[in-house]
Design a protein around this ligand. Structure first.
Ligand SMILES: Cc1cc2nc3c(=O)[nH]c(=O)nc-3n(C[C@H](O)[C@H](O)[C@H](O)COP(=O)(O)O)c2cc1C
Length: 153
């Protein structure tokens, strides 16, 4: 049984739609459970107890959303050096108006500090979320769930 935590922030719904598509992908894999949580409601316990992590953020001012940064700010010191998070598989999905690179690179940089391991290419939606993006998010969920379940990461 593998649990994938999908932690996200969304104001106008784009990142939430992506999170739901990732969850659909996770749940399509046998014995895998998606736990979808708003970043402000997420704790270090959630990060420790999941088998894999999908992080979703809008890009705000060329950076990740403050809510995602808040999660990192609240958990980093206590997480540091804990064996349960070492090389924890993770994936990222970003919703942006026209860019998204700043949000992605800031998340990747901090995840390097946690020693998480990125296991699939990030998905960046620009200018809204369409069917192609949702399909790619679903694939993101399938890949991380199937890999965790097969213990390949
Ligand atoms: C305060 C604010 C700052 C933003 N800054 C950027 C930005 O720097 N680059 C960008 O491409 N889009 C930017 N956007 C657009 C959002 O990233 C985009 O609308 C995103 O899809 C919103 O996600 P949501 O629907 O999940 O809230 C900004 C939006 C807001 C509200």
């Amino acid at each position: 049984m593998s649990e994938i935590l999908i932690v996200y922030h969304s104001q106008s719904g784009n990142t939430k739609r992506m999170a739901d598509a990732v969850a659909k992908g996770v749940e399509s894999i046998e014995d895998c459970i998606a736990i979808v949580k708003e970043a402000f409601d997420t704790s270090l316990k959630d990060i420790i107890s999941c088998n894999g992590l999908a992080i979703g953020s809008p890009e705000y001012f060329g950076y990740m959303a403050g809510a995602i940064k808040d999660l990192f700010d609240r958990t980093y010191e206590s997480a540091r050096g804990r064996k349960e998070i070492f090389r924890k598989p993770y994936v990222v999905f970003i919703s942006a108006g026209n860019d998204g690179r700043g949000a992605l690179s800031s998340i990747k940089r901090i995840c390097t500090g946690y020693q998480f391991k990125m296991v699939y290419d990030p998905v960046i939606a620009r200018g809204g979320v369409n069917e192609e993006i949702l399909t790619r998010c679903e694939m993101l969920g399938k890949v991380i769930a199937a890999g965790c379940e097969a213990r390949i990461y």
